[in-house]
Design a protein around this ligand. Structure first.
Ligand code: ADP
Length: 326
């Protein structure tokens, strides 16, 4: 989770602050327009765009495109909308780049571990059960040709939870751009995208949260420029039993919930779909492999790692320009 750093003296010139709910969480939009704009019009367009997104990609809506695809008992191609096709395409690309760490076909594995809405696994699957699932879990079981989406086995399903919030942020940013708003901050459930600045050329400042489950405090203040910021980590949503912390993030290589010392990983990228997808992928890879891959690919990444003394921080060279001493 990241949050917006606000100082009272910075609020002299009032911009707009819109709030609402989407994807099981909240959204916040702040902007300072060049000329007066009816914020009701802006919010209506944001809400309509988010509604359309959910109608394509929400597994909570029984007749959404994704739900239809998941229920489809056929390997014939299905025609899907542009937004959905874009997100699947990006997820396939990220799966390749992350050596299979991000895998949107992982749903059956999440279910096999019995994760309930409280992120608590209610059962431990047998090796035999985990083995059988190989026929219908794996990014290569999904085929996308333009807007035609198909699966190699009728049991293949898609779960976009790891990337959809980031895409939602990009969709809202596009709405603001359509109103020619150049100074904005968009945030959905802690994933965010920023552009321009506040009045008097003041930078937007945001903060990465300290990875502790009880109270909220600042780990690091950032100025990410015209970029997006996303954070992954199980420091708030986890379940511990017999000294083992079970995460709802699954490593597709081991078919098991991730277990390593990474408390949180934050990624800055040019758009929030990428930032969000990479945050999950690096969270799967863990502190060593994740840091190595991020450095090789030149990604801007900030890791908070659990250590005997508390927490250790590590960031890639590409992340350095965003650090602010506060
Ligand atoms: P976090 O906030 O920890 O990044 P998210 O809510 O963004 O978590 O994503 C976790 C969800 O993504 C899980 O509940 C599951 O539905 C799905 N998921 C789990 N493992 C993977 C994976 N390896 N690749 C893609 N999606 C995953």
């Amino acid at each position: 989770l990241a949050f917006f750093v606000s100082c009272s003296e910075q609020n002299k010139e009032q911009g707009a602050h819109l709030q609402g709910r989407t994807m099981g969480t909240t959204y916040n939009v702040r902007y300072y327009p060049q000329q007066p704009i009816d914020s009701k019009l802006v919010q209506d367009k944001i809400d309509l765009s988010l509604l359309q997104l959910n109608q394509q990609m929400s597994t909570y809506i029984p007749d959404s495109q994704i739900s239809q695809f998941n229920k489809m008992q056929s390997t014939e191609p299905m025609q899907i909308d542009d937004g959905f096709a874009y997100v699947v395409d990006q997820a396939i690309e990220l799966a390749k780049l992350s050596q299979g760490a991000l895998d949107i076909t992982v749903g059956p594995l999440v279910n096999l571990w019995g994760f309930g809405p409280d992120k608590k696994p209610t059962q431990l699957p047998s090796d035999q059960q985990l083995g059988q699932i190989d026929d219908y879990v794996g990014i290569n079981k999904l085929l996308l040709d333009g807007n035609q989406l198909s699966k190699t086995d009728p049991r293949v399903t898609i779960d976009l939870s790891a990337i959809a919030k980031g895409y939602g942020v990009d969709v809202v940013a596009e709405v603001l751009e359509s109103f020619e708003i150049d100074n904005y901050l968009v945030e959905i459930g802690g994933e965010m995208r920023l552009k321009g600045h506040k009045p008097q050329k003041q930078s937007w400042l945001v903060a990465i949260e300290k990875p502790q489950s009880l109270e909220r405090s600042v780990q690091q203040v950032l100025n990410v420029g015209n970029n997006a910021l996303a954070t992954s980590g199980d420091y708030r949503n986890y379940f511990e039993q017999d000294g083992i912390r079970y995460s709802h993030t699954i490593d597709p290589i081991t078919a098991k919930p991730i277990r390593h010392k990474l408390a949180s990983v934050s990624v800055v990228a040019e758009n929030c779909t990428l930032a969000d997808g990479w945050a999950t992928a690096l969270n799967v890879l863990g502190p060593e492999k994740g840091y190595k891959l991020a450095s090789e690919l030149g990604l801007a990444v900030y890791l908070v790692i659990k250590s005997d003394e508390g927490f250790e921080v590590k960031y890639t060279k590409a992340f350095e320009p965003y650090l602010v001493q506060f």
